[in-house]
Design a protein around this ligand. Sequence first.
Ligand code: PEP
Ligand code: MG
Length: 552
Amino acid sequence: MNKDLRGLGVSAGSAAGPAVRLGTPPKLPDVVPAVADTGAEADRAVAALEAVGDFLRRRSAAATGQAADVLAAEAMMARDPVLATKVRDLARGGRPAAWAVSEALASYRELLTSAGGYLAERAADLDDIADRAVALLLGEPMPGIPAPGHPFVLLATELAPADTATLDPAAVLAIVTERGGLTSHTAILAKTLGIPAVVSCPGIVAVPDGTVVAVDGSAGTVVVEPAPEQVEQAARRRAERAERLAAAHGPGRTRDGHLVKLLANVGGPADVAAAIAAEAEGIGLLRTEFLFLDRHDEPSGEEQRATYAEILGGMGGRKVVVRTLDAGADKPLAFASQEAEPNPALGIRGLRLDGLLPALLDAQLEALAHAAKDTGADVWVMAPMVSTPAEAAAFAARVREHGLPVAGVMIEVPAAALCAARIIEQADFVSIGTNDLSQYTFAADRQAGALAPLLDPWQPALLQLMAMTATAGRAAGKPVSVCGEAASDPLLATVLAGLGVTSLSMAPPALAEVRAALAERTLAECEAAAAAALTATTPAAARAAARAAAES
Ligand code: PEP
Ligand code: MG
C-alpha cells in the first residue's frame, strides 16, 4: 500500500515495526437491563469508580515524574465526590450501574470539551475512567496496552495517561494517535519516556494490526507498508541516535568549547531525579504552579517552604530558576482565580494577578527565601507574563525586598521582546518562553493542534523576536535563556547558541540530543546557522538554511 500519513511530530526519533492497535474499550449492550434494587446498583457503580481510582493510584505510585503526577490527578478525578453523587443519583433513578457511570462521565466530558484548551485535552482522562469502570461493571477485562510479545508501533485514537505512563520503551517502538495536540498527555509522556510519537494523524486507526509502519517523530510522518529501504533507514536512524546520545556527556558546550548551560524544566520534586540523571546543570524553569494545580486553598508558607526546599536540596547546589506562580488560562489555580474572563489567555494571568492578589506573591517569595537559606541553593527567581519595563522593575524590587539576590523575567509577550533592551536593564537575566511567545505573536492558541504550523518555533517572526532578545542580553552582558519547547529542538538549539543565548532549559529527556547537537558544531558554525535562519521567509526554509550553514 505504501501510503504516507502526516501528523504532528511531538517526540523525536525514528522507528519501524508492526502496528498493534490499543485494545478496544467496552461497549454498553443495546438492551438496557432492568434494575431490581436501585440502592445496591448505586453502591456497585460508586464502588467501581473507587476501584478505578485505586488502580490509577497504584499505577501512579509505580510511575515517576510527570507520569506519576498525571496519574495521581486522574485517580483524584475517579474518586471525585461530586462525580460519585451524580452517579448515585442516576443509579437511584433506575439506571444500571454501568450506564450511570457512563452517562455521568459523559456529561463531565461535555463540560471539559466546551471549556476548550488545556481542560479539553483532559477529556481523554475521563474517557479512560469511564472505560475502566464500565469494563469492571460488565465483567470485561480493563482496556489497555496490548502485549503481543514482540516490539511494536502502538496505534490509538488517543492514549489515556494510565496507558502511556506504564508503556515499556523497550516494547513500544513508537506511538501514533489519531487525536491529540502538542500538549496532550500522549505528547508529554511520550517525550518523558523517550518514545518517538506522532499525534493528530488522521487515518492511523484504520491501519490493520500487523501492518508494518515507519514513524518519524521529528518530521511527524508515518509511512504505511514502507519499502524495505525505508525500514532499514528507520532502523539505522534509531541505532545512530542511540549511539550519539550515549556518547554525549557533561556540560553543554560547542565543539570548540563555548559553554551553553543545559538546564531542566521541572514541575515538582518527582522530576528532580530525571533532571540529575540527564546531567542537567541545574533547573532553568521550575513551574511552581504545577505544585499546586490540585489545591483548592492557597498552600501555607510552611508547606511552600518545605516543597521548595525539597527541590532545591535535591539539585545539590546547582542553579535553580524558580518561576513565580503562572496561574490562569491553561494553568488554572483554584486559589488564585478571578471572575470568569472572556479571553483568559489575554486576561489577568501570571504576574498580572499580583495586581489583584499581592499577598500571594509575597508569601511565595518569603517561602522561597527561607527555602534558599535552608538549603544554601543558588536560587534565581523570575516572573511569568511580563509585558513592560515597569513591570520588570517592580518585580525585581519585590524579589530583592525578600532578600533574594537574582531577579529575572520571562520574555513571552511580544511587547517584552520588542522592548527587551529596556526590560533587561531592570532585571538580572531574562528567559524566553517560546510557547507563549508563539501563541501571542501569532494570535494562535498554543493548544490548538490545527494551528500547529503557526506555532512552529522556526517561524521567522519568532526567530526575529528571539534574536532581538538575545542581542539585548549580549549588549547588556546579562544571561538570556530559552525555556520554551523551542529549546529542545536540537538544530534550533544550535541556532539559539549562535544568537547568543547563554542557557537552554527543557524536559530532561530532550537534554542528551541537544547536548550532542551542540557538541557537533563550533560557535562559528552556530553563528552561521543563526544568520542563515534569520534570512528565511518560511519555517521550512529557516530549517534548511540553518542545516546547510551549520554543516558547510
Ligand atoms: C513558555 O510559555 O514558553 C513557558 C516556558 O512557560 P509555560 O509553558 O509554562 O507557559
Ligand atoms: Mg508561558
